[in-house]
Design a binder for this molecule. Structure first.
Ligand code: OAD
Length: 261
């Protein structure tokens, strides 16, 4: 017997009838594409690497070559990765929801662009994206291909101002783009159904968005094999990998859907 307020068929009906659906994703949705998460024991990036040495402005100032070499490894992994059935089902959900005139917003903390590769359109990249690189001085985007860079050669610089190039991601101690954050908060406040998928929901301000939605009356659903701080807020929790449950939900909510398996 679960403590959640909805049963499975009621949850499906909510997905079918939501007017303003918001989805928040984290690293867990890309796990089945072979991209490591951050906080899981053993395979999580932050159990193998120290974030303050690789994902912080001071680390880049002091050891830019080390930081860029690590991001080169991550970019190569992401370039080789494909969207999994979870990403594809979300792109399809967006299409179905939009077709019936309802609104759909995908807020992602992921920097791997796999949602976009899967065909999702309304994506708010809260933490930026690994590519393209940007200038650390003037902020201008660059076409520099970090994947093809030789880490023993000179550091990549901006063609305009000669500043060092960096990945366009939010590092520890940095703030989110205020316009994107505002967009995410407004979508959350207006939502009537808010799906939280594959995030440990501990990194702010993204982690506060489901609370913002719940305070304004949205129902929260969570898809995560584990429980998180969000679980107690959720009207329904699907305790399964996103790549398994999302296609199944799509098939149940929209029988005959293209990517349903
Ligand atoms: P975490 O690594 O903190 O959490 C990943 C979550 O995904 C965990 O709760 C897992 O249980 C869950 N998970 C694992 N496999 C899954 C699957 N197949 N389907 C569904 N869920 C699964 O990653 P995030 O919450 O995304 O920030 O981390 C948030 C931010 O912390 C990241 O964006 C990154 C990191 O520092 C920056 O780089 C700015």
């Amino acid at each position: 017997m679960s403590d959640f307020s909805l049963n499975h068929s009621e949850a499906l009906e909510r997905i079918r009838s939501a007017n303003r659906l918001v989805v928040l994703t984290g690293a867990g949705i890309s796990a089945e594409s072979g991209i490591p998460t951050f906080r899981e024991a053993q395979q999580g990036l932050w159990s193998r690497f120290r974030p303050e040495e690789l994902a912080a402005p001071k680390a880049f100032q002091e050891h830019p070559r080390r930081v860029l070499t690590w991001y080169q490894w991550r970019i190569k992994a992401v370039q080789a990765a494909h969207p999994n059935p979870g990403h594809l089902a979300l792109a399809e959900l967006e299409e179905k929801v939009s077709q019936r005139g309802a609104s759909f917003t995908l807020l992602t903390q992921n920097v791997d662009l796999l949602h976009q590769k899967a065909g999702s359109k309304s994506v708010v990249k809260l933490h930026g994206s690994l590519e393209p690189l940007v200038c650390s001085s003037c902020g201008k985007p660059s076409k520099f291909n970090l994947a093809g860079w030789n880490p023993q050669s000179k550091l990549p610089t901006c063609q305009t101002c000669r500043g060092l190039l960096r990945p366009n991601v939010i590092w520890f101690g940095e703030s989110l783009d205020p316009d994107l954050l505002e967009q995410a908060q407004q979508a959350s406040i207006r939502s009537d159904l808010f799906l939280v998928i594959g995030t440990s929901a501990v990194v702010q301000p993204a982690a506060s968005l489901p609370y913002l939605a719940a305070e304004r009356g949205a129902e929260i659903f969570e898809i995560n094999p584990r429980t998180t701080p969000i679980t107690s807020l959720a009207a329904y929790h699907f305790p399964a990998p996103a790549g398994k449950i999302l296609p199944k939900l799509m098939q149940e909510a929209y029988p005959g859907a293209e990517n349903a398996q």
